[in-house]
Design a protein around this ligand. Sequence first.
Ligand code: HPA
Ligand code: ZN
Length: 326
Amino acid sequence: PSMLDFVQQLPKAELHVHLEGTLEPEHIFSLAQRNGIELAYKTPEEVVAAYDFHDLPSFLAIYYAAMDVLRTEEDFYELAFHYFERAAAQNVVYVEPFFDPQAHTSRGVAFDTVINGIHRAQKDAAATLGVESNLILCFLRDLSAESAAEHLEMAVPHLDKLIGVGLDSDEKDNPPAKFAHVFARARDLGLKLTMHCDVNQKDILEHIGECLDLIKVDRIDHGINALEDDSLCTEIARRGLGLTVCPVSNRFVVQNLTAAEIRDMLARGMKATINSDDPAYFRAYMNENFMALVEEADFSKDEIRTLNRNAFEVSWMDEAKKADYL
Ligand code: HPA
Ligand code: ZN
C-alpha cells in the first residue's frame, strides 16, 4: 500500500489539538449567519487568504478574533463534533483535546455553556463515531494567575468532564512559575498537568526546567528546544514524559517541520508524538502532519509506528483500554 494508505489505516491518537483551532472557515460563516454577526470577509476563501502567520503572536491574533462567532452551547457542540467527524475520517480513535475557556468568558460566554456543549459532542462522538476523548482545560498564560485560579474553581463542578489542565497562548514573559499555585491545586483535584513550551520562545530552557522541577508536569506540549540541553533530555527520557510535537504548526511558526528534531528525540529515547495543534488554521489534520514528514523528510513506516505508539503510551486513556493499542 502507499504511504498515505498506511498512515490512513493506522488507528491513531491525537494529544495536542485546540478545539478552537479546529474552527473551519465554512463554519465561521454558518455560525456568523446563525448568530447575526457581520464578518469582515465575503467568502471562506477570503478568510483563508488572510491567514498570515509567521510567529506565535501573529497566529494568536487571528485565532482569538475568529472565536467571536462561538456564542451558544450548540455552537461549541458543533465545533467539537465537526472536529471528531474529521478525526474519525482519518481513523483517529482517541483524542485529548484542549479548550480555552478564558477566551470565551472574556466575551461574556458562560463557562458552563462552553464545557457542556463540548462534553455533549464528546459523548455523541464516542457513541456514533467510535472516537473516544478526554478533555484538557487550558489556561491562557498571558492572563493573570488569579484569572486562571478563578477558572479552575469554575471547573470544579465539572471535574468528571476533565482529564487535565494545560497552559497555552503567548509564552513571552509568562513562565510556568507564574502558575505554580494553580497547577498545584489542579494536581490536588486529581487532574493531569501539561504545559506548552512552544518552539524558540524567549527563556525556553528555563521554562522547560520549571515544568520538570517546579510544576512536575505529566507531559510537555511541543518541547523541541529541550534538545539544546542534554540534562533536560536525559530527565525527560528517564521520566518517560510525552512530548506533543506539531510539525506543520512548527512550519508556520518557525518555518521548519522540525523533522530532524523529532528523529533526535526518538534516538534519545524521548516519547515524541505527532499532532495537528490548530488544524483548521494550518490546513493539516493528523494524516497531513504524518505525510509532511514522509514527503519532506522520508519518514519510514517504522518511525511512524513508533511515533503513533508513543501517543497511546503517554496518553491519559484508561489503562485497560490502552492495552488494546500497545
Ligand atoms: N501555542 C500557544 N497557544 C496556542 C497554540 C499554540 O500552539 N495554539 C492555540 N493556542
Ligand atoms: Zn498548541
